[in-house]
Each structure stands twice: as C-alpha cells, then as structure tokens.
Design a protein around this ligand. Structure first.
Ligand code: SAH
Length: 346
C-alpha cells in the first residue's frame, strides 16, 4: 500500500483542518476540492491556482490515485462496464448506464462479497476487503468523465456493484457526503440509491443519518424459508425482522422503499410467492423492482419466460403491490453484479 493517504479520503472539513495544521489558509480547501471533483484533476501539479509550495506539500502528504482500467466493455445499448485494478491488484467493477433521461453509475463498495447469495456472481470468490472512501469516490469520478461522452452528464448513483454497502458503513457514508456535497461531485441525495441485502441494524442506523438517499432492499425471497435458501444473511436477519425494519425506516424517514426481487423460474416467480408478498407488504408504502434472473453458470436457476414474468407482475399489481419489471441493461457485457470480476478471476 502507498504510505500516504489518498486526499479523496478527506471531507472538505478534514482538508480544512489539515491546511490549518500546516499553517495554510483553509479557503484553499475549496480550491483543491474544485480541482479534484469539478475539474477532474489527476495530479497536484494540475492545480494551477494553488501555490507551488502548497502543491509540493500536498504531494508529500497525500496521493491522488486513479484506478487503473483493466478492462472496459461497451454494450450495444451504451452500458459501459469497467473492471478497475486497485493498488493491491484487487479488481472491482463499476458500470455506467446511460438512458435518454438519466445517466447512472453503479458503484462497488467492497472487493468481493461475504454474503454468498445463491444467484449472484459477486460472492463466488469470497470476500477480500472493504473499499476506502477514496476508492468509492474515485469510481464515481471515472464514470463522471466517461458520462461526458453521452447525451447527459452523470445524474444518478446506485450502490449496486460488488459488495454490501451497509457492511462498509463508515466509508460509504463518508463517500456519499463527498458525492452529495456541493463542493464535491454535487449529486443530489435523492439521486443516490443504497442497495442492501438486509443488514437490519444498519438499516436502523441509516434511518438516523438524516440523509435523503433512496434505500433499496434486495429481498429476493417471499418468506423466511425461501429467503433462507437464496440469501444466507436471512439466517442472521430473518425476513420478518427485515420487513419490520423497513416499516420503521419508512415511519422515521417518510421515504418510500424499493424492493428488488429476482425472478427465478419455479423458485421466486410463483403464485404462492405473490400471496406471501401481498401479506408481507400489507400497509407498507413501497414499490417492487422485478429483475429477470441473469444466468450465472455456477447456479442452477432458470429465467422465467416473458409471459410468466408479466403474469407475476400483473398478479402483484392486482394484489395492490406496485411492481415493474426491470429491463436488463448491458447483457452482452456481463453487467449483472460481479459477473465481469468473477470471469476475470476464474
Ligand atoms: N449487497 C447489496 C448490493 C449489491 S446489488 C445488495 O444485495 O443489495 C445486488 C443486486 O444485483 C441484486 O439485488 C440484484 O438486483 C442484482 N443481481 C445479482 N445477481 C444477479 C443475477 N444473477 N441476475 C440478475 N440480477 C442480479
């Protein structure tokens, strides 16, 4: 590891206090932030309105590390998948998803994943380590740059890449504050989505953070037994406790929750699942994102037919649960969670 910290690990306030500690006026922090987050400077030498002496000092005390691009794949629909290599050779994925109305970055929060969901490529190679705040923010900066090639600038962030965001809570919160801050990347909190496999205590903590971010829950099961099979995390934080934490979150934050639900033939896409979900969601304001299962060779699941998925959606809607089927993006570049990293490590 490099011995100096990455300057992107610092909030504006951190940078101001660092400057004070080296007897430099704190207003320089705003200028440095502008260089990093607005102008995308890749080194301290580019910061032309910063006195040379201070630039040298910054170079001594910090690094400004870009991610090395191991692979970049552009799908026919414009979805662009990056495989980045970190200082310790760990690989992480980030995906840019341009649409006519928004440009979304899908960001990783950990190298590997310890949650081992039985449909997801991210968990297959196990867990390596948490990403630092700088490593999270730097993915966003790379994708912001890439987004300039598309119709719209980067507008949305989803933490749906490799890893469990709420299992790296401190670094995630710090990164979100820089991504959200006006002096930072300046993406509105409502345009930032945290997706979780259901780490119940952290959902409670998130409710107390006072951030206006969106919360998505990877539900993928319709009751306790079905979720136990697909998501080992359910043994620790069972289905009913998770739904109760969601109700509490909505009550506290007055924000709606999105549930993600993978459609797997004869497993999650069944009439029994509909009646169970209807019961679980009673009185809860939420919407469901139905995600067609994207085959991963290690698992034995099948994607339902288009008709089966539409029937499933319609019966949920008939039961009063608002549901939409997500259009798969970037299929030709293995864009589902962890697939590219997994293929690379194989
Ligand atoms: N750990 C967090 C963040 C990762 S996002 C979480 O679980 O929410 C994980 C998302 O990737 C899942 O909700 C699902 O939408 C998607 N995903 C993973 N494997 C998939 C597969 N084989 N097919 C389709 N979507 C998949």
């Amino acid at each position: 590891m490099t011995s100096q910290p990455d300057i992107r690990d610092l909030s504006l306030e951190d940078l101001e206090s660092y400057l004070r500690s080296v007897a430099v006026k704190p207003f320089r922090a705003q200028q440095i932030f502008q260089w990093i987050y607005k102008k995308g400077a890749l080194g301290f030498d580019a910061m032309s309105n910063i006195p040379r002496e201070l630039r040298d000092r910054l170079k001594q005390d910090f690094v400004l590390q870009s991610h090395e691009i191991t692979q970049k794949l552009i799908a026919q629909d414009g979805t662009t998948k990056f495989l980045f290599c970190l200082y310790d050779h760990e690989k992480i994925e980030s995906v840019l998803i341009p649409t006519p109305t928004r440009t979304t970055a899908c960001i990783s929060t950990q190298a590997g994943c310890k949650f081992g969901c039985k449909f997801c490529a991210s968990g297959i190679g196990g867990f390596k380590r948490d990403l630092s705040c700088a490593e999270i923010v730097t993915q966003v900066l790379h994708l912001k740059q890439e987004a300039l090639k598309h119709q719209r600038p980067l507008s949305n962030i989803v933490f749906m890449g490799t890893g469990e965001p709420l299992d790296n809570f401190t670094n995630l919160m710090k990164a979100i504050r820089t991504i959200n801050s006006e002096q930072g990347i300046n993406i509105g909190a409502r345009h930032i989505t945290i997706s979780t496999a259901g780490v119940v205590p952290k959902i409670k903590e998130l409710a107390d953070e006072g951030l206006q971010v969106e919360l998505a829950i990877s539900l993928h099961g319709y009751d306790n037994p079905s979720r136990n099979v697909l998501m080992p995390v359910n043994r620790k934080y069972p289905f009913d406790e998770l739904i109760a934490a969601c109700r509490e979150y909505v009550r506290k934050t007055h924000r709606q929750i999105t549930f993600e639900y993978i459609l797997i033939k004869d497993v999650t896409c069944t009439p029994h699942a509909v009646s169970s979900l209807k019961k679980a969601f009673k009185g809860l304001i939420c919407k469901m994102n139905l995600i067609p299962y994207n085959p991963v060779s290690e698992f034995d699941h099948k994607t339902p037919s288009r008709e089966e998925m539409i029937d499933f959606r319609n019966s949920l809607e008939d039961s009063g649960v608002h549901a939409t089927i997500r259009t798969p993006r970037g299929k030709d570049v293995n864009a589902a969670c962890g697939q590219l990293r997994h293929l690379h490590n194989k």
